[in-house]
Design a protein around this ligand. Structure first.
Ligand code: MRU
Length: 368
């Protein structure tokens, strides 16, 4: 997508030195646009853990490039042991998104093809690039399938804007390019449909305010930032035509883990007859699970994120301030699970399907 009119992906090899991986430092957005150099697998683990890079698709692609960096670092004499240790370290960085382990496993299968360490380094580079390119291709297809849904809403209200509510950032910053929840929005905007996005701020880390608002602004898509609790009110007053969120892990029966607060949006959407779609590439499915609430691991992060907020002061400095009394205890769950029964449909690279075992199985008979 565009940053100040320049096309960018979110992860790439450094031009002129392909032994270095470059990423956009998302902790700095929207106040600064900075590129970070990552030199080894430890750098990549740190970047994923601290959310320099985040979002299900992107942490999958970054984990793949982490395995490539590990292959460059590994000594020939203990190549396999180092790669195994690196795979485990990458998988341990964040627990909820399926894409992370999916990408590491795929890299390990590519490396298991054999050959000399040098051949395997080349294989790792090719496999990481393939994962990144596939992520872009799948997001583009999600956009095409989701566009049809937005078109049909637009046809029902000619001359009026289609209002879409989204939560967190499942945009191009959460993938290699384009995004999942944002893909249909970008496709509709490009097709000349008047769309407007309600952007939930997404406490505690404010991915909506910091990232989604920034990326929609960069692409020129009309949007309005709202506090997290506003969505239900807007739905009661007919101001939301559809909800589209991303997902971090979706079970084979269609339960979807996404950023904390998504479940409340789904409940409000259900109560108000607003269609609630979840957009995801197939790498986000976990076909081994069939009960999202009971089985999906939910990341609990440091309570500091709840007790403090960061932002830019009038003189341009970025500062962090406490918003509660000094000793207030806090807890910080990063994700919640929306049961399949509250989801109107899943927008995947192969099409739109009901959030059910039968619906998902029909679209992915080879995997379900
Ligand atoms: O904690 P994050 O920012 O890595 O959370 C992931 C997300 O951005 C959201 O849950 C998103 O909607 C799904 S990721 C495509």
């Amino acid at each position: 997508m565009q940053v100040d009119g320049q096309p960018y992906r979110t992860v790439w090899l450094k031009p002129g030195n392909e032994q270095v991986v470059q990423v956009i430092n998302q902790i700095k957005l929207p106040h600064a646009f900075e590129i970070e150099d990552l030199h080894g697998v430890d750098d990549m683990c740190h970047a994923i853990k601290t959310m320099v890079v985040r979002g299900a698709g992107l942490i999958g692609a970054c984990a793949a490039y982490g395995m490539y960096l590990a292959a460059l670092e590994a000594h020939d004499a203990n190549f396999e042991a180092f790669m195994q240790q690196s795979a485990e370290a990458l998988k341990a960085t964040r627990p909820t998104a399926s894409n992370l382990a999916w990408a590491v496993d795929r890299m390990q299968r590519a490396l298991a093809q054999g050959g000399t360490p040098e051949q395997r380094r080349r294989a790792a580079k090719a496999a990481a690039a393939a994962i990144a390119d596939e992520d872009v291709d799948h997001c583009r297809r999600i956009g095409a399938h989701g566009l049809a849904l937005i078109q049909s809403i637009a046809q029902r209200k000619p001359g009026q804007v289609v209002n879409i509510l989204t939560h967190c950032n499942a945009g191009w910053l959460a993938f290699v390019d384009i995004g999942s929840a944002t893909a249909p929005i970008y496709a509709a905007h490009d097709a000349g449909i008047a769309v407007h996005v309600w952007v939930d701020e997404t406490r505690p880390r404010n991915q909506g305010a910091n990232l989604t608002a920034w990326e929609l602004g960069q692409q020129g898509v009309p949007h309005t930032l709202i506090a997290d609790n506003v969505g239900g009110h807007l739905m009661q007053h007919g101001l939301v035509d559809m909800v589209i969120t991303g997902a971090d892990r979706v079970t084979r029966n269609g339960d979807a883990a996404n950023k904390i607060g998504t479940y409340l949006k789904a409940l409000a959407a259900h109560d108000n007859g607003v269609p609630m779609y979840v957009a995801l590439p197939s790498s986000t499915f976990d076909f081994t699970l069939d009960d999202g609430v009971a089985q999906i691991p939910i990341e609990e992060r440091d309570a500091t994120e709840v007790r403090y907020v960061s932002g830019q002061t009038g003189d341009g400095a970025v500062e962090t301030v406490r918003i509660c009394p000094p000793n207030t205890p806090a807890r910080n769950w990063g994700f919640d699970v929306t049961p399949a029964r509250l989801i109107t449909g899943l927008i995947c690279e192969r099409g739109v399907c009901p959030a059910s075992t039968a619906g998902i199985g029909a679209l992915f008979p080879d995997q379900a």
